[in-house]
Design a protein around this ligand. Structure first.
Ligand code: ATP
Length: 235
């Protein structure tokens, strides 16, 4: 981990009409860690991700990503360095995996030559010329991961990336995240479920109703707070 956090949220509040989604969130994320952001629906996880992506502005407080305010149009570093994946990504079913990835490569002005290497990295080389409609859920999510990795981002934001995947596909997905981490990638993983993820998380933040309930090692947190394998926090 480096001294300067690559993501820094200081006393961040976010109000939507009448809803206080975040109530003074402090968060430092260091290079090379896999951070788990946990909490039940409505805890503020997606809001946190959107702030880091620069899609929304904080009502109060400060957000810095690679030292920049990510909402500014000139925040090029932070935009180039971010990869984003959500659950159940929709793709053009009639395109092949390689065509889908090539399309996103064009949008991102990334050389097409990266596509095959990324498909290889996510274990989809054998299916690159098959149409996406023949892909399993796990394969689709790995294609989504390849898409998020176009341009070699230093920070990956994953919002419920393994929802609907079977346990084997889920483990496979997390093992690929470990490989990315070994290459220096920083990963923020958002989820409302814990099964299968504990061993891949370096640090966990448990959110409830817009603030941090607990932070630290996931095993300790679960023991201390007596957290079940599936989080049901009503904080
Ligand atoms: P989920 O897993 O359901 O996405 P979450 O932890 O990601 O939950 P957020 O999506 O950040 O939570 O939502 C936090 C609160 O803000 C919720 O009460 C939600 O209803 C509200 N909220 C989120 N987006 C908006 C919006 N665009 N307008 C109004 N309220 C919103």
């Amino acid at each position: 981990t480096s001294a300067t956090p690559i993501v820094q949220l200081s006393q961040v509040e976010k109000h939507y009409q009448g809803v206080h989604a975040l109530k003074g969130l402090d968060l430092d994320i260091h290079q090379g860690e896999i951070l788990g952001l946990f909490g039940h629906n409505g805890a503020g996880k997606t809001t946190t991700i959107k702030l880091i992506l620069g899609l929304i502005e904080a009502t109060k407080g400060q957000v810095r990503v690679f030292g920049e305010d990510p909402t500014l149009s000139e925040a090029r570093t932070s935009r180039r360095q971010l990869g984003f994946l959500q659950e159940n990504v929709a793709f053009y079913d009639q395109l092949t995996g390689l065509e889908v990835l090539s399309y996103f490569a064009k949008l991102k002005s990334v050389p097409k030559s990266q596509c095959r290497a990324l498909l290889e990295q996510v274990g989809l080389s054998h299916a690159e010329n098959r149409r996406v409609k023949t892909y399993s859920k796990g394969m689709r999510q790995r294609l989504g991961l390849a898409q998020a990795l176009l341009g070699d981002p230093k920070l990956l934001l994953l919002d419920e990336p393994t929802v609907g995947l079977d346990p084997i596909a889920t483990q496979d997905f997390y093992q690929r995240l470990e490989q990315l981490k070994a290459r220096g990638c920083t990963i923020i993983l958002c989820s409302h479920v814990l099964p299968g993820v504990e061993k891949y998380i370096d640090r966990a933040l448990i959110m409830g109703r817009g603030s941090l309930l607990a932070e630290g090692d996931l095993h300790d947190l679960r023991d201390k707070a007596n957290l079940p394998m599936t989080l049901r926090l009503d904080g």
